[in-house]
Design a protein around this ligand. Structure first.
Ligand code: PMP
Length: 438
């Protein structure tokens, strides 16, 4: 039995808008090992959500735990007023890997702060408060990032320091251009972007802000060539491209360090957070030299780039490389994606399987329609938990399952998760069947 009093205490002291999964019976996680977590209920679960994609390597990975223990015993904090060796080292690693020309790196503590920094840089460089974001985007909870978030359910306020225009996200399943082949689709979206710039902006736009695969938006994944087509228009207007890789960074997509590389685009800035420190607070921006250095006043983040987060970041990147985890993300991701596609052939609830590597979305609709199957999504989450599997959800209506295990996930664990999902979908189908008439 879950600790009910903890839930009651949570409800009494935390804000009402701080939602938990499993509404009436939320779960407390108390420990973890590899891809498994143990709950306050004493049960062990296979973790295929990784704490909102932040637990990117896994729980209690010895190399990472040891790096943190070592650093904790040396120095917790000094601030960027002093040199921090591990910060310089991590910045060098990121600069060497990011598809950004003449890169400079700045560390903060969260994804929101990272995007906020990119907005500060681009609005200053271009002397414009006009921003193009994408429909279905999520960029954070701070004032500027909420303003660029294109999901109503995550937009707490319409007040904004920015003037934001929302362009097509490349989410084909629910697009008016969705019937077109990929090339024609990309061309239609490119032309729409051009019209949007011509009609809804002054032409002097601070930046185009995009997630290569939309996270909270339900892993909407634009077709190949999409962002290259957008870049053609952006280049014509000299609009910087900011790739928000808070969810898609470091090789989770099984393709490269950053999701945008798959599209052949070199952005002017990349924002990152979450997985880089395997769950500790971290964030940052890697941007072209000229863009990063456009600020004329001082700027500082007191805890940004602190020794503990940097120890984690260095250990995570080293671990990804020494264990070839990008290849693992591609291999296990392929197995999972093929397995989910196969489930889609047998379970009509599944309308669309998308994503890349270990960032997979499963959109659920009511039988034979495109109506979002919201209640079924919640039931599936709960039934998966009952059977020992934690997954996430997202999407504009909350009807997309998010399957995002840590990058160390094994083939065996992926098969186990697919088996549980199959069981749960069959259970739902059996419940939905009309009762026989005697
Ligand atoms: N950008 C993206 C793409 C995200 O997914 C998130 C968090 N879900 C953020 C920014 C904000 O990150 P944080 O919650 O660390 O502020």
């Amino acid at each position: 039995m879950n600790d009910v009093s903890l839930h009651q205490r949570h409800r009494a002291v935390m804000p009402d808008w701080l939602a938990t999964y499993y509404e009436d019976n939320p779960l407390e996680l108390v420990s973890g090992s590899g891809r498994h977590v143990t709950g306050g209920d004493g049960r062990t679960y296979l973790d295929f959500f990784g704490g909102l994609l932040a637990t990117m390597i896994g729980h209690d990975i010895p190399e990472i735990t040891e790096a943190l223990r070592r650093q904790a015993g040396q120095l917790l904090h000094s601030s960027t007023l002093y040199l921090i060796r591990s910060q310089v080292e991590l910045a060098e690693k990121i600069a060497a890997r990011a598809p950004v020309d003449n890169p400079r790196v700045f560390f903060v503590n969260s994804g929101s702060e990272a995007v906020e920094t990119a907005l500060l840089l681009t609005t200053t460089a271009r002397q414009s408060n006009q921003v193009i974001a994408l429909r279905g985007s999520y960029h954070g909870r701070s004032f500027g990032t909420v303003a660029t978030t294109g999901i109503r359910g995550w937009s707490a306020t319409s007040l904004s320091p920015l003037q934001v225009t929302y362009a097509h996200s490349g989410y084909k399943y629910r697009s008016p251009f969705g019937h077109l082949d990929d090339h024609a689709f990309n061309t239609a979206c490119r032309d729409e972007l051009q019209t949007m710039i011509e009609t809804s902006t002054s032409g002097n736009v601070a930046c185009y802000l995009a997630e290569p695969i939309q996270g909270a938006g339900g892993f909407a994944t634009p077709p190949d060539g999409f962002f290259l087509a957008m870049k053609e228009v952006l280049d014509a207007y000299n609009i910087p491209f900011v790739s928000d890789e808070v969810q898609s960074g470091w090789g989770r997509t099984g393709r490269s360090y950053f999701g945008i590389e798959h599209y052949g685009v070199r952005p002017q800035a990349i924002t990152f957070a979450k997985g880089l420190a395997n769950g500790l607070s971290i964030g940052g921006v890697v941007a072209e030299n000229e863009l990063m250095n456009c600020l004329t006043a001082n700027s500082i983040s007191t805890a940004g780039g602190n020794p503990i987060a940097m120890a984690a970041g260095n250990a995570v990147l080293d671990f990804i490389e020494s264990h070839d985890l990008q290849a693992n993300a591609a291999d296990v991701g392929h197995l999972l994606s093929t397995g989910l596609q196969e489930l889609a052939t047998r379970h009509p609830l599944i309308a669309d399987v998308r994503g890349a590597g270990l960032m997979l979305g499963v959109e659920l609709v009511e039988n034979g329609t495109k109506k979002p199957a919201v209640a079924a999504t919640n039931t599936i989450l709960m039934q998966c938990r009952e059977r020992g599997l934690l997954i996430g959800k997202g999407g504009l209506s909350g009807n997309v399952l998010r399957v995002t295990p840590p990058m160390t996930v094994t083939i065996e664990e992926a098969k186990q998760a697919l088996g549980i999902l199959d069981d749960v979908l069959s259970y739902l189908a059996s419940r939905a069947e009309p009762q026989p008439i005697h």
